[in-house]
Design a protein around this ligand. Structure first.
Ligand code: ADP
Ligand code: MG
Length: 236
């Protein structure tokens, strides 16, 4: 059975795109047939962090009814398949988020895992990915404002019939003032599945349009993403 995860958060910049790219790559490296899809159709950057920003056919064209989803899937050397979104405003305006569910019904036929990189916030294109996933993973940073906004996404997910599978605490530091993972779990009312530290390797790898799990596989963040993949794939 294919499992669909939506990677979501209340705020922008918590690390959804990095989590989608690296968790997806780590699952592919475990031999799982994995597709990641950029549903942040307004502020798309999944393609950018993976070197696919020049792709002519993207989710924009698919959601505009101008291309088939198969034409918008790009395979990387790791075996990970990526559906990027376009970066033009015009493409965003022409894309109809209501078509996403139909697109997903095609993708799940050919994958063990599909990860959806969701936009921040509670716009229509953000709500659909919450409803169509088997599990929503909430990417939070160890700050109260990040948690408060993600609690809202959790409530919204439940309102639209979706389910939160857990929390990924990203950009964690060892500062004494930092909220503990246990406290964050309590505030969120969901299990913290993995803690990914603040790690400059993430940005360094992104500058080379390469996932950190490939470029710096022994860095603390890469190890965190790989533990999360192993947990999801049941190999841990
Ligand atoms: P989102 O998709 O939620 O808006 P991104 O994944 O684009 O967030 O991440 C926002 C910024 O934070 C990027 O510049 C990214 O490189 C950086 N970042 C994400 N996770 C980490 C981390 N664990 N350590 C250091 N920098 C990170
Ligand atoms: Mg993003």
């Amino acid at each position: 059975m294919t499992k669909v995860f939506t990677i979501a958060s209340g705020k922008g910049g918590t690390g959804k795109t990095m989590t989608t790219a690296n968790l997806g790559t780590a699952l592919a490296l475990l031999g799982k047939r994995t597709i990641i899809l950029d549903a942040d159709i307004g502020m798309a950057n999944l393609g950018l962090v993976l070197g696919l920003e020049k792709s002519k056919i993207t989710l924009h064209e698919v959601l505009a009814g101008k291309a088939d989803i198969q034409q918008a899937i790009y395979e990387l050397p790791t075996g990970l398949r990526v559906v990027p979104s376009g970066i033009s405003l015009q493409g965003f305006q022409n894309a109809d988020p209501d078509r996403l569910q139909f697109v997903m019904s095609k993708l799940v036929m050919d994958a063990d895992y599909v990860l959806i990189d969701a936009p921040a916030g509670i716009s229509k294109d953000g709500v659909i990915p919450l409803a169509i996933a088997d599990e929503v993973l909430l990417v939070v940073n160890p700050e109260l404002s990040s948690l408060a906004d993600s609690v809202k996404i959790k409530v919204l997910t439940e309102m639209v019939g979706g389910a939160v599978g857990g929390v990924v605490l990203n950009r964690a530091s060892s500062e004494k003032t930092m909220l503990t993972s246990q406290k964050i779990g309590q505030i969120m009312g969901a299990e913290v599945l993995e803690v990914i530290p603040e790690d400059a390797s993430v940005r360094r790898a992104a500058a080379f349009k390469t996932p950190v799990v490939v470029m710096y596989p022994d860095s603390p963040a890469a190890k965190g993403f790989k533990r999360l993949a192993a947990r999801i794939a049941g190999t841990k």
